[in-house]
Write a protein that binds this ligand. Structure first.
Ligand code: ADP
Ligand code: 3PG
Ligand code: MG
Length: 394
């Protein structure tokens, strides 16, 4: 068991909290999706309620070790300030004497500051010890609440823990709890729904889940590699030629584990990927010149029926090109079914899958939506995340 923020006396302390404010911005640099900022509020508000000064740090984008003005964290500072209804200081950098001076302005009126993008320094991603030590000088206690970045052994995630007492924030704790319960003691039947664009992205997760789940439902472009591996015609649908053998061996392994892999029996197909393109339902095979962009009506029925009795569900990867409304029905129907399940634990992982569920307005009907894309994937692959491993044990 790792220490959590509850294990520390925070009164009068400077709490250095690593958050994941790697949020999307529009061209006017406004935050277009503030879910990651909202998800960090319980930890920030708790620290403030305990009488701490809160110093937040995060990365945004991939500026490759140099300052890039369009990747400043100031839009996140503005949004955080609106959500907290409190002033938040935006620091000019994340280390150095100027930052110490800026942080010295934290007082009874303003108790929250956000350091500038950590990745403006190449040392962050190198997990450089001297840089980690400098970051640590900004606080007395270190809290990791950045689940979405915890698969990165970077200075603000790993190195910094060598220099300060450390523990998990409420978001990190919650992510571990829900993803962990699904992985360790799932109520059965346990169904994993997989989709998205590539088999290669998800292969580690499939291999880890195969010994745990009762059924896999596979949709999205991922399904075409599996269908092709079984000799089914897939027209010009997206698939990975070099993963056909792997798909075959997974299908074989599933048989050995008595795990059912349920693949689409029909598809929504088009001749080109365009929202307004003429489409039709076809399956199980797809005619030459056509490509699959969503699961078809019979597959929706098959998948939703299978989910009826599920007690634990993990979903990673949309069922189709959900960004286009015409091809979002499969993902919507799966979301709707999950929202109606009684007594089931429903866990959503993956950045696009989370966006999809949130976009359908059914987020609050799920047990847990992970704030981590890559991090939730690595967790479901059974990997130990460096950001969790680095924290102090109780
Ligand atoms: P997540 O971020 O949830 O892990 P992925 O990034 O793996 O999900 O996959 C999401 C992407 O997969 C979306 O951009 C979606 O358009 C794409 N996708 C889903 N189905 C198809 C398909 N049939 N053909 C092409 N792309 C697809
Ligand atoms: C994410 O958005 O998945 C995290 O913030 C990590 O970002 P990264 O993939 O650039 O390390
Ligand atoms: Mg994605």
């Amino acid at each position: 068991m790792k220490k959590t923020i509850r294990d520390f006396d925070l009164k009068g302390k400077r709490v250095l909290i690593r958050v994941d404010f790697n949020v999307p911005l529009d061209k006017n640099l406004n935050v277009t999706d503030d879910n990651r900022i909202r998800a960090s509020l319980p930890t920030i508000e708790y620290a403030l309620s305990q009488g701490a000064k809160v110093i937040l740090m995060s990365h945004l984008g991939r500026p490759e070790g140099k300052p890039v003005s369009s990747m400043s964290l100031s839009p996140a500072t503005k949004r955080l300030s609106e959500l907290l209804k409190k002033e938040v200081i935006q620091c000019s950098d994340c280390v150095g004497s100027r930052v110490s001076e800026e942080l010295s302005h934290l007082n009874g009126v303003c108790q929250v500051a956000l350091l500038e993008n950590l990745r403006f320094h190449a040392a962050e991603e190198k997990n450089d010890a001297a840089f980690a030590k400098e970051l640590a000088q900004n606080g007395d206690i270190y809290i990791n609440d950045a689940f979405g970045s915890s698969h990165r052994a970077h200075a603000s995630i790993d190195g910094v823990t060598k220099y300060l007492p450390s523990g998990a924030g409420f978001l990190l704790e919650k992510e571990i709890q829900y993803l962990g319960v699904a992985m360790e003691k799932p109520k059965k039947p346990f169904v994993a729904i997989l989709g998205g664009s590539k088999v290669s992205d998800k292969i580690g997760m499939v291999e880890n889940l195969i010994a745990k789940v009762d059924k896999f439902l596979i949709g999205g472009a991922m399904a075409y590699t599996f269908l092709k591996a079984q000799g089914i015609e897939i027209g010009s649908s997206k698939y990975e030629k070099d993963k056909l053998d792997l798909a075959k061996s997974i299908l074989e392994k599933a048989k050995q584990h008595k795990v059912e892999i349920i693949l689409p029996v029909d598809h929504i197909v088009v001749q080109k990927v365009d929202e307004n393109a003429a489409s039709k339902a076809e399956g199980p095979g797809i005619s030459a010149g056509w490509l699959g962009v969503d699961i078809g009506p019979k597959t929706i029925e098959l998948f939703t029926k299978t989910l009826d009795s599920a007690k634990t569900v993990i979903w990673n990867g949309p069922m189709g090109i959900f960004e286009m409304q015409s091809f979002a029905k499969g993902s919507y129907e799966v979301t709707k079914k999950l929202s109606q399940l009684k007594d089931a634990t429903t866990v959503i992982g993956g950045g696009d899958t989370a966006a999809c569920v949130i976009g359908f307005g059914l987020a609050d009907k799920m047990t847990h939506i992970s704030t981590g894309g890559g991090a939730s994937l690595e967790y479901l692959e059974g990997k130990v995340l460096p950001g969790i491993a680095a924290l102090q044990d109780k």
